[in-house]
Design a protein around this ligand. Structure first.
Ligand code: ATP
Ligand code: MG
Length: 265
């Protein structure tokens, strides 16, 4: 990555990134129910700017629900969520739209726009949501496609790409919005095994060379150990243990964490 890309660790006045200290994401007393099923139960946690936090835990423990709350794809029943000091919930719709711009997400199933070219997948939201000119958006898109190793695929339709290539496009699309926070939900679990390493290497590179805060759900424990500043172990809608990756993977306090890690390793 060249030194003048928008992704380097320089503070960026235009996006207000690189907030000194404090918390970029804060969830307080967040409860989410689906009918009688309490999926998140009085959940509290925060993420400092620039940190890489990994959520681990059994299927159904609420990991995706947390990312969906931050993407405002669903709302909590109780509690507050703030991003960069601004309320995301509860908050008026106009403010939600502003705060939402700080957050990008990459999904397990890529979710690219199938009828648009790869380039247009990357320019659509920057033009519509951020108000970039078409030229600016295309320049940014080409730079990012270069970064993810797909400069030659600008005109291709996503369906013509391999799963690994589609996921690289999805990562580039999220970065095109210059988010302060990148949410990653099991982004390699739909990929053929031989494509997993390339996508994880790209994410390692992004983690190392940018100041983007990452909140990552993954079953790739080696990757989690490499990139994480902190690992949060979830069970039944609560954080049951949090710590440095060496501690959580090497010497967890909770029996439940120990069981989970030995089952997935
Ligand atoms: N739209 C929905 N309607 C009803 N129940 C839901 C909905 N979305 C999630 N749930 C329930 O919420 C619980 C948590 O789901 P979530 O997808 O957050 O789990 P997860 O930790 O991401 O699991 P996995 O590791 O399998 O992806 C599950 O019991 C699930 O069935
Ligand atoms: Mg999930």
């Amino acid at each position: 990555m060249s030194a003048d890309t928008p992704l380097t660790k320089e503070p960026d006045a235009s996006t207000g990134t690189a907030v000194a200290g404090g918390e970029l994401i804060r969830l307080e007393g967040v409860t989410k129910r689906f009918g009688t099923n309490t999926v998140l139960d009085d959940l509290n946690f925060s993420v400092e700017p620039g940190k890489h936090v990994t959520l681990i835990g059994p299927s159904g423990s609420g990991k995706t629900t947390i990312l969906r709350l931050l993407m405002t794809l669903t709302k909590p029943d109780e509690g507050t969520i703030t991003v960069d000091g601004q309320p995301l919930f509860p908050a008026p719709e106009k403010q939600v739209r502003e705060v939402r711009k700080k957050i990008g997400m990459v999904f397990q199933q890529f979710n690219l726009f199938p009828n648009m070219s790869v380039l247009r997948n990357l320019t659509e939201a920057p033009v519509r949501v951020l108000g970039l000119s078409k030229d600016e958006a295309e320049a940014r898109a080409r730079e990012l496609l270069d970064l993810v190793g797909l400069a030659d695929k600008c005109d291709a339709k996503p369906t013509r790409l391999s799963g690994g290539q589609q996921q690289r496009v999805a990562i580039a699309r999220a970065l095109a919005m210059r988010p302060q926070v990148l949410l990653l939900d099991e982004v390699t679990s739909a990929l053929d095994p031989e494509l997993v390493a390339g996508v994880l290497d790209l994410l390692r590179d992004i983690a190392r060379s940018t100041d983007i805060t990452m909140l990552c759900v993954t079953h790739e424990m080696g990757f989690a150990r490499d990139i994480s500043d902190q690992v949060l172990m979830f069970d039944a809608g609560r954080v049951i243990e949090a710590g440095a990756p060496e501690k959580i993977f090497g010497d967890p306090e909770q029996e439940r964490t120990r069981e989970f890690i030995s089952a997935v390793l």
